[in-house]
Design a protein around this ligand. Structure first.
Ligand SMILES: NC(=O)c1ccc[n+]([C@@H]2O[C@H](COP(=O)([O-])OP(=O)(O)OC[C@H]3O[C@@H](n4cnc5c(N)ncnc54)[C@H](O)[C@@H]3O)[C@@H](O)[C@H]2O)c1
Length: 262
């Protein structure tokens, strides 16, 4: 993988690399190619069952387990990251999502509310917990950049997306609201990237995913963006070329979101 030194001297945490298909996996590779230093994290079962240790060996990165449902684990991760980098760091990728209702095949009209809460906790509130921990521990450097992954189901109805649509709407709101406070205090940028349907483990569980993916690929003038494409975009957002971009939900979807009829 080729890079241009865009992230020379930048360091940060990447959440959510499970296997080669993961958006986080491709981003970690691209960040490394651009000269950045990475700490990888995922929850313990994913570390055991996925392939994150292979990625860690490829890019010479430590893996620190963290279940984002638990504030204490997030706080521990932030402390260890500061220790590893001997101070503050410059970027965070939140590439985490899980719907327990989708997994149990509960439709949106028949949600289990405990599972609904867990979906929101892991897929959305976790971003608040990460930002709040960093804020209170003064962990991010000036002009650091935080990117979370979203999907257009936050704003438009995509029935199979189920309670994840609500999680993404909350996630985008946290981006704006926490981004305000972190921007005022430390010039930290917080954005979400709304990505095309991308064939990953998380996506394959969504009912009707392949139909949705084919349709958006056909309708978008540039076709669907891949995990490798979004990895490059995220590196740009981590770089010093985007200091004034914050509080945004940025579409990275080959133009799909602006299309009417084709
Ligand atoms: N694939 C798509 O079509 C698509 C489109 C738009 C946005 N996204 C978003 O991109 C992000 C990354 O997903 P992906 O498509 O790369 O799939 P993925 O399955 O590779 O990644 C999801 C990650 O979340 C992690 N995770 C789940 N529960 C966790 C927990 N409790 N603690 C810590 N980590 C946990 C998983 O282990 C996995 O690594 C998600 O937010 C997803 O909603 C995906």
């Amino acid at each position: 993988m080729k890079g241009s030194g865009l992230l020379q001297n930048k360091k940060g945490i990447i959440f959510g690399a499970l296997d080669e298909d993961s958006i986080a996996w491709q981003t970690a590779l691209q960040v490394h190619a651009e000269g950045g230093a990475v700490i990888l994290t995922n929850f313990p079962a994913a570390i055991r069952l996925g392939k994150i240790n292979e990625l860690a060996a490829l890019i010479n990165a430590p893996v620190i387990p963290c279940d984002v449902a638990h504030l204490s684990e997030i706080e521990g991760l932030i402390d260890k990251t500061k220790e590893y980098f001997s101070g503050g760091f410059d970027f965070i990728l939140h590439s985490v999502g899980m719907s327990y209702n989708i997994r149990k095949k509960n439709e949106y009209t028949h949600l289990d509310y405990e599972l609904y809460l867990r979906t929101l906790e892991v897929s959305a509130f976790s971003l608040h917990k990460i930002l709040q921990s960093c804020y209170q521990k003064n962990a991010l450097n000036d002009f650091a950049s935080v990117v979370a992954l979203s999907f257009m189901a936050s704003q438009k109805v995509c029935p199979g997306y189920n309670d994840m649509a609500d999680a993404k709407a909350v996630l985008e709101s946290i981006v704006r609201n926490f981004g305000y406070y972190y921007g005022k205090s430390k010039n930290v940028r917080v954005n979400s990237v709304s990505q095309s349907p991308t064939a990953t483990t998380a996506a394959k569980g969504i009912e009707g995913f392949s139909v949705m993916s084919e349709l958006s690929n056909e309708v978008s003038p540039l076709g669907n963006a891949t995990a490798k494409d979004v990895a490059k975009y995220i590196c740009m957002l981590f770089s010093d070329y985007t200091h004034k971009i914050t509080l945004q939900n940025l579409y990275h979807d080959g133009g799909y979101s602006s299309m009417g009829f084709k």
